[in-house]
Unconditional design. Sequence first.
Length: 119
Amino acid sequence: MSQATLKLVELNERRADTLPFERRRAKRHIISGHVTALRTSTAPSRPRNHISSLRLLNISDSGVGALAPEPVEIGSPICLFFPPHGSDRGMDLYGHVVRCISRGSEHEVGIRFDIRPAA
């Protein structure tokens, strides 16, 4: 009978095939740049609308990952304004914040795009 061997893995080692059961529906693509975000807060102690800049990390068909300078309320609606680039037009994408994790002085934010019906 063969004996199974254990392999120690570094915690910060990240491999694409580590989680074959990952729940993502769309492949993420690394992206860089900044977008302007307009989010609406439901907390009575905060201003209703807040404009900030987000640094993009990744994007997929269903959402975007970004770094924000301050924490963002989970569940809050958000609009991302992508600036024009060369001859390409800018675009606006709407969604909801689904994740906000503190990463030192910044916060990693996950945004799920709203499904909009086709015209």
